[in-house]
Design a protein around this ligand. Structure first.
Ligand code: ADP
Ligand code: GLC
Length: 485
């Protein structure tokens, strides 16, 4: 079968630039899809971290002027990826967070920075580089949302387009006056085009104009069609129901493999769960927690934002300490939540620890150490940390929303009797329900055999990319065939 050629367009890619799970997914998809007969190239902005990682990059095309300066399209292999890089120093040659300036505010020219990315994708789709035109353009989140729109309004033969929503809460809205500057015709500013509450909505554009829409879990695909979960786009998403599917994310099970993980002090698998105790002791010592093997240890690995419900957890701390349990938090994000985590640790020395920062190695050790991973998100499109937790035998205690609802099987009576439980869910998301979930975890843990069975069932959950990649491949193939017909 002829491979389907897909151009994936994204603003982050692991290991070069990452603010969240988007980067992991963008990096994992090409490898998983290669096994399914899909040849995927990944177009990303030329941030310093990307440019620095390129060796033997080939310049495929020059743009004399792209939103304020000259730019080049580079091709290179890096980190196992077929990368296309938009080298536009006037837009991307800025260190640090890909979206925010040193003042913590979005870069004032983000409209142009990400319009340029989409314009580059659209030019590749039009065949600006001979031999590179894809069958499908796969756009991720608002930063790539204009790509389906530019391709749609560009006219002529064109590839199929797929818009993947990783998080509906970031929508990319910019002044309507930019319409012509970003390359859109006047008629694009319409309710069935890019217009969104008097602005140009980049994510809205992608959702309105892509041939297909995916999001990262079936439950989130349902939630975003409701007024409660739709963040203003539910009407459009209901209108596009036939084009929308939820495909669960996976994790890279070679990177997240407790048998081989170099970040663990003791490696383990489902038949050697005792080895986790050594990791737990190491983690407790490293974080200044009392080194107590039998104390229940909760963990958090998260962006510290309202989405993640960290504020609820801080309110629910008496449930942790009152049960004699400990808590290890690894996270970074909103300053006020970071400060609140540090303050909580200060109030409970030896019992609560907070590491503020982004630390890949510590995230692995934490997953391989804690008894339970807490994910009290208010909404969660998919969530990757609970998948890592399942794989590492850290029983996930999660809010029953989005992808958390789809990936964790609650230890209710029925699931316990059937031996199918993999974690604990609570709903609706509230302090009280979180406290009860914490109590339930501690109670279940007292039954050593039962907890072992939860852990082993969790560890046997399929969290890899094989199944999602098959779903994406089928979607791409169907769309490509449809367009050929
Ligand atoms: P989101 O993308 O909403 O932040 P996900 O759970 O999908 O949430 O993905 C988060 C990713 O970032 C996971 O790979 C997780 O392990 C990682 N991560 C989050 N915070 C940290 C941190 N402070 N240190 C290390 N890794 C982190
Ligand atoms: C977003 C979501 C998260 C999801 C990730 C990757 O950051 O918040 O739930 O797992 O994207 O799709």
């Amino acid at each position: 079968m002829k491979p389907v050629r897909v151009l994936s367009v994204a603003s982050e890619v692991y290991p070069f630039v990452k603010t969240g799970g988007l980067a992991d997914v963008v990096a994992a998809l090409p490898r998983a899809l290669a096994r399914e007969g899909v040849a995927m190239r990944t177009l990303v902005p030329g941030y310093p971290a990307v440019i620095d990682a390129l060796r033997d990059a080939e310049a495929l095309h020059m743009y004399a002027r792209l939103h304020g300066g000259p730019a080049r399209l580079l091709a290179a292999h890096a980190a196992g990826l077929d990368l296309l890089v938009l080298d536009a120093p006037h837009l991307y040659s800025r260190p640090g967070n890909p979206y925010l300036g040193p003042d913590g505010e979005p870069w004032p020219d983000n409209a142009f920075r990400f319009a340029a990315l989409s314009e580059c994708a659209a030019s590749i789709a039009r065949g600006v580089v001979p031999g590179l035109a894809p069958d499908i353009v796969h756009a991720h989140d608002w930063q790539a949302g204009l790509a389906p729109a530019l391709i749609h309004y560009g006219g002529g033969p064109r590839p199929g387009t797929v818009m993947t929503v990783h998080n509906l809460s970031f929508q990319g809205q910019f002044p309507r006056e930019l319409l012509a500057v970003i390359g859109l015709p006047p008629h694009a500013y319409a309710i069935d085009g890019v217009e969104y509450h008097g602005t140009i909505g980049y994510l809205k554009a992608g959702i309105a104009l892509a041939d297909r829409i995916t999001t990262v879990s079936p439950t989130y695909a349902a939630e975003i069609r409701t007024p409660e979960g739709g963040m203003g786009l539910d009407g459009l998403l209901r209108h596009r129901t036939d084009a929308l599917t939820g495909i669960l994310n996976g994790i890279d099970d070679t990177v997240w493999n407790p048998r081989t993980d170099a970040h663990l002090v003791h490696r383990f698998d489902v038949t050697h769960l005792d080895a986790r105790a050594g990791n737990k002791a190491a983690l407790q010592a490293r974080l200044g927690l009392d080194v107590e093997p039998s104390t229940f240890l909760f963990g958090v690995v998260s962006r510290l934002t309202l989405q993640k419900g960290v504020d609820l957890l801080l309110e629910a701390l008496p449930a942790v300490t009152g049960n004699g349990a400990q808590l290890a938090i690894l996270g970074a994000g909103d300053k006020s939540l970071e400060d609140a985590c540090i303050a909580a640790a200060g109030r409970h020395p030896g019992r609560i620890a907070a590491v503020i920062g982004y630390e890949e190695a510590l995230a692995h050790l934490l997953q391989g150490s804690v008894d339970a991973l807490l994910v009290p998100s208010r909404f969660e499109p998919c969530g990757l940390t609970q998948l890592c937790a399942l794989r590492y035998g850290a029983v996930p205690v999660v809010a029953r929303v989005g992808g958390l609802a789809d990936t964790v099987i609650d230890a209710d009576e029925e699931a316990l009797a059937a031996g199918s439980a993999t974690g604990i869910q609570f709903a609706p998301v509230s302090r009280g329900n979180l406290e009860r979930a914490i109590d339930r975890a501690v109670t279940l843990h007292r039954d050593v055999a039962l907890w072992r069975s939860l852990q082993s069932r969790a560890m046997s959950t399929d969290v890899g990319w094989t199944r999602p990649a098959k779903q994406f491949a089928a979607l791409f193939r169907e769309l490509a065939a449809h367009r050929d017909a």
